[in-house]
Every structure is written in structure tokens, then in C-alpha cells.
Design a protein around this ligand. Sequence first.
Ligand code: ZN
Length: 299
Amino acid sequence: MLARFVNSLPNGLSQHLTKWYFQVQARNQRGTHSYIENNQFQNMDVKILPALQDNYMYLIIDKATNMAAVVDPVEPNTVLQAVQESNVRLTTVLTTHHHWDHAGGNEALAKQMPYLDVYGADERIGALTKKVEHNNVVNFGNLLIQCLFTPCHTKGHVCYFVTSPQEGSQSVVFTGDTLFIAGCGKFFEGTADQMLHAMTILGALPNETKVYCGHEYTLSNLRFASHVDPKNEEITKKFTWAQQRRDKGLPTVPSTIGEEKKYNPFMRVKERAIMRHANSQAPVEVMKIIRHEKDVWHA
Ligand SMILES: [Zn+2]
């Protein structure tokens, strides 16, 4: 309700209001929501940096060149500390969308590092220097960053698919507030049709692609998933695992695209179980119905 109201306001005002909201929320928290984790792959490292109440920022390091890119750096000081500790050169900001809890640190960071390239697909993103479109590919050291335009949560939402041209290496995708572990973002500025399209784009990535999303919403998403799809054992398994991780203060990212296809109802709107729950055979309708149900749902 609050979120919808804020989104109906002019951009400048809603940015101020959400900034205030998230800062109050963060102040009410003791410490961060999760521990920092470093995921090492053959050609890149991904450092998971918790921020605010339940946001994630990510530092991507190209091992060959020691160049670093940061996804959604809402807390610049945490990012700068991680950059210093990792002894890397930060050159790039990848912004998934303009909401304050993702893009709100861009200007402060760009002020300290004016040479940064700041990517995004929405004019409302602070300090934006490189506006991207669907399927643009950015050369980043020895890595490739492919921009996947996935409007719906906001009109200018982008996911970033990062690969290495080297054969057999791991690919990762940063999905912001489009795809969450076992869930999807609210349709603030878009339609069910657009989210279905976004899920099709993401679902076409290799199954082993690691998924790094914008928020730690996994447990509540899985509770909803199990309400929609109660006989699905993949949901129960993932919930038990996620609960153990959260008990230790550990992040539940990343998952993989292949895993999401097994338990995420928003990726499974063409599956019989989800259609049965929504009482519809039309994928767009199913998407619309279950998203609406989730919007008003309390476990
Ligand atoms: Zn958002």
C-alpha cells in the first residue's frame, strides 16, 4: 500500500520519501542483515555485500585484470571498504533500476570516483553515464556483461548477465527486483505480460547460471510458493536449507536458473500445478493472478 502510494508520486518526491524510509529502517536494525560472503569462480569473484534492511549489493571482480564492478551500490562506504580490502580497481557501476534502495548511492560514489562508468536503462538513475538497451554487451576486463532489459517492476529495469568467453566457465546474472529467489518483484510500473516476458528471457539463460537478486526475501517467498504449489518437494527442501542459512546469518543467494524453474511459481506459470492454483490456463492470467495474490498475502 505504502509502496504503491510512493510510486504514484513524482520521482523526486518519491526518491526522498523512500530514502527516508530505508534510512529509518536501517537505523532500527542492529548491524547488517547477513555476513559478507565471497563466491569464487574460475574467472571472477562475486562478493555479496548486504545493505540496508534486506538489500544486496555485489562486487564483481575480473580475476585477470583486477577490475571491479559494483551492482546497486546503495551504501558507498561498504563498497569502498570491500574494494580496498580486495585490492581491486573499481571502474563500473551496474544499476538494475532507479529505486532509492538500489540507485541511491550512485551520486555519492561518483562524487568520490568521477571516472566511474555508471550503467542503467532509466533516466531517473543518479549519476548515469551509460544508458543501455536490451542485449547491449559491455566488455569488462576479460568478462562480458550482457544487459537484459526486463521492464515491469519499473519501466527501466535491467538484469546483468556476466560471462567469461572461456569455455566451461561459470556465468552469473544479477536480477535486481525482477527475479528473486523463489519470487519476483512487484509490478509497480508494468504488467503481467511484461513479467512473463522477463521470466522467459531469464529462463532462457543456461540452467547453471548463478542468480544474484536484489533482496533477501527467500524465506517469505518460499512460504508463498508452498501455498501456491503445496505438493512441490523442491520448495520444502529449499526452505529447510534457506532456514539453516538464515539462522546463521548467511545469505541465501545465489541460486541457479535451473533451481528457480523447479520451485519459483512466477517462473512456472505454464506448469499444471500453478495453473490449477490460479484456475486459469493462460500464462499471462496465471502470472497476474498469483502476483496479485502475493501482494495481499500474509503467511
Ligand atoms: Zn525496486
